[in-house]
Design a protein around this ligand. Structure first.
Ligand code: 6GU
Length: 241
């Protein structure tokens, strides 16, 4: 998957894309059996919207028509940046995504859908908003990551990238399957059960007996019960669907 990111703050992405699973997903995959490599499962391309301004001071924002607080990003640099970026590797068409608190809620189900695509292009606004005419012209999917307001779409874009990339086959190692994650199909879209590791007793607290029993049917039943209990406690809304 090719991932293009359009932002006024490219530096915000360096740490996140350069660490942990997102970093590894953009590196060639070493095949143990014959020591050959496969191409990375994804690539990241971060673009500065400011590079597409046409004015001398590279200004991208102006006060809103009709008045009100904050600044609005002008449509031209956003539109031109999208056109320039999509012209790179133009044989692969990109799903456009605009990160905005007024978008549709992001879910694991959408992450699973997007993980199948060959190319996504994320537009992260900042300040009050992007001029609506750029949105109307580009017709991106509009996505929000929750009912709170961030200073810009960048953190939300990173959330989308992380939740999508870990679902691309080959992005996670063999021991890190996403199949039973919270909200996944394998977890029946419920919250995950609690987890335990060594030592068997810590601060006078033993690991639940069933997990030491070796009885996989019992273990699975216990985990399903725990999932249901934690979901009832913390997210009863998930049970009414
Ligand atoms: Cl996608 N952007 C901003 N600025 N705030 C948000 C958001 C996105 N999702 C939730 N809050």
């Amino acid at each position: 998957m090719r991932i293009d990111i359009l932002t006024l703050f490219p530096e915000m992405f360096q740490g996140v894309l350069g660490s942990s699973i997102l970093k590894r997903a953009a590196e060639p995959v070493l095949i143990k059996s014959d020591s050959t490599t496969r191409p990375p499962v994804c690539s990241y391309h971060v673009h500065n919207i400011r590079d597409h301004t046409t004015n001398r001071h590279q200004k991208v924002d102006q006060p809103p028509y009709g008045g009100g607080p904050g600044m609005v990003i002008q449509p031209q640099p956003v539109y031109d940046c999208v056109q320039a970026v999509e012209a790179e590797q133009s044989d692969t068409s990109a799903r456009r995504i605009h990160l905005t608190p007024t978008g549709k809620p992001w879910t694991q189900k959408l992450a699973e859908e997007y993980a199948q695509l060959p190319r996504i292009l994320l537009i992260a606004g900042h300040y009050e908003a992007i001029d609506q005419r750029a949105i109307d012209t580009l017709q991106p999917d509009e996505i929000s990551i929750g009912d709170y307001v961030l200073s810009g779409g960048e953190l939300a874009a990173m959330v989308l990238i992380d939740s999508i990339v870990r679902l691309i086959p080959g992005a996670l190692g063999h021991d890190e399957s996403a199949h039973n994650d919270s909200f996944s199909e394998g977890a029946k879209r419920l919250l995950d059960h609690p987890h335990y590791t060594r030592p068997a007793v810590w601060n006078d607290m033993p690991v639940p007996d069933v997990l030491m029993s070796g009885n996989h049917a019992h273990i699975e039943k216990w985990r399903e019960e725990q999932s249901l209990k934690i979901t009832q406690q913390n997210r009863p809304d998930l049970l009414n669907h």
